[in-house]
Design a protein around this ligand. Structure first.
Ligand code: 6PG
Length: 256
C-alpha cells in the first residue's frame, strides 16, 4: 500500500540509533533557528519515549552543541496535575533535561497543570502569542513568529500531544491551546491545537517500539480519518514533517 500521509519517514535499526538521530536533528534545528532569528523556540513532548532523547541532549556530545541561553522551551501538552506530580510532562522534562543544561529559568514556559484547566490554557496561549508577537489571529509563518520545532509522540490509540480520538480539539480552527476533559483517561489535559502545530517550521514525531507498529501503519498508510487518528491532523502548511521511527515500530510499514 502506498503511503498516504505526508512527511518524510526515517527508520533506524535500534532505539538508540533513533534517539541519536533525534538529538542530532534537535541540535541542527537549534543552530538553524538561532542563525535565522537569534533564538530557538521548541515545543517538547511528554510521555515515556522522549525521556531518552532529553537525557542525550543533556549530556556530551550534544549538550555543548546547543546555545541553551537562546532556547525557549514550551510543551505540546500537559496533564492537569501539579508540576511535582510524577505524571507531569514538565517534571519529566525538568528532571531529564532542564535541570542539567544552562537554560535560564525565564526561558521555560510551562503549562500550569495545577491551575484551572481553562484558565491555564488561556494563559499559555497568551504566553505563546506574546512570544510570537501575534496578539490575535492565526499564527504567522515567519521566523520568530512560529515554533521552530515541535516534537510529538504517537499514542497507541492514534493521539498526539493531547489531541485524542473523537475530541473537538482535533478540529479546532482558531484557538492555539485548548483544555478538555478526556473521557478515555478520566483526566483533564491541555494541548496545543493543529492551528499552531501546523504553522511550525518543523514537526518531528518520535515513535519507538513494537507496540506502536500497528498504529503507526494505520496513521501513515491507512485512510485519512483524523477524528479517529488525530496524528493525521498534523500536516505543517509551510514547514517540514518528519517521522523518526525505530525498526520495531516500522515493522508493519509496507514501504520501509
Ligand atoms: C503525553 C503526550 C502524548 C505522548 C504519546 C506517546 O503527555 O502523554 O505528549 O501525546 O507523546 O502518548 O507517549 P509514549 O511515548 O509514552 O508512548
Amino acid at each position: 500500500m502506498t503511503r498516504r500521509h505526508a512527511g518524510k519517514v526515517e527508520v533506524f535499526p535500534t532505539t538508540d540509533a533513533l534517539m541519536q538521530a533525534a538529538a542530532g536533528r534537535f541540535v541542527r534545528s537549534a543552530e538553524e533557528a538561532i542563525r535565522a532569528s537569534g533564538r530557538f523556540v521548541v515545543a517538547l513532548s511528554g510521555g515515556s519515549t522522549p525521556r531518552a532523547l532529553y537525557a542525550l541532549l543533556a549530556s556530551a556530545p550534544y549538550a555543548p552543541l546547543v546555545d541553551w541561553p537562546r532556547v525557549l522551551v514550551f510543551w505540546g501538552d500537559e496533564r492537569c496535575v501539579p508540576p511535582g506530580n510524577p505524571a507531569s510532562n514538565y517534571r519529566m522534562t525538568r528532571e531529564a533535561l532542564l535541570d542539567r543544561v544552562p537554560l535560564p529559568k525565564a526561558n521555560v514556559h510551562r503549562i500550569r497543570g495545577e491551575a484551572d484547566p481553562v484558565e491555564a490554557a488561556g494563559a499559555y496561549e497568551g504566553e505563546l502569542r506574546r512570544t510570537f508577537a501575534t496578539p490575535e489571529g492565526p499564527p504567522r509563518r515567519t521566523p520568530g513568529a512560529r515554533f521552530d520545532l515541535v516534537l510529538l509522540g504517537l499514542g497507541d490509540d492514534g493521539h498526539t500531544a493531547s489531541l485524542f480520538p473523537g475530541t473537538a480539539a482535533v478540529h479546532e480552527a482558531t484557538r492555539w491551546v485548548v483544555a478538555h476533559h478526556v473521557a478515555a483517561l478520566s483526566m483533564w489535559r491541555i494541548t496545543l491545537t493543529p492551528v499552531v502545530i501546523n504553522a511550525a517550521a518543523e514537526v518531528v514525531f518520535l515513535v519507538s517500539g513494537q507496540p506502536k507498529a500497528a498504529i503507526l501503519q494505520r496513521v501513515l498508510e491507512g485512510a485519512p480519518r483524523p477524528d479517529t487518528l488525530p496524528a493525521q491532523a498534523i500536516a505543517p502548511s509551510d514547514g517540514q514533517l518528519r517521522w523518526l521511527v525505530d525498526a520495531a515500530a516500522a515493522k508493519k510499514l509496507s514501504a520501509s
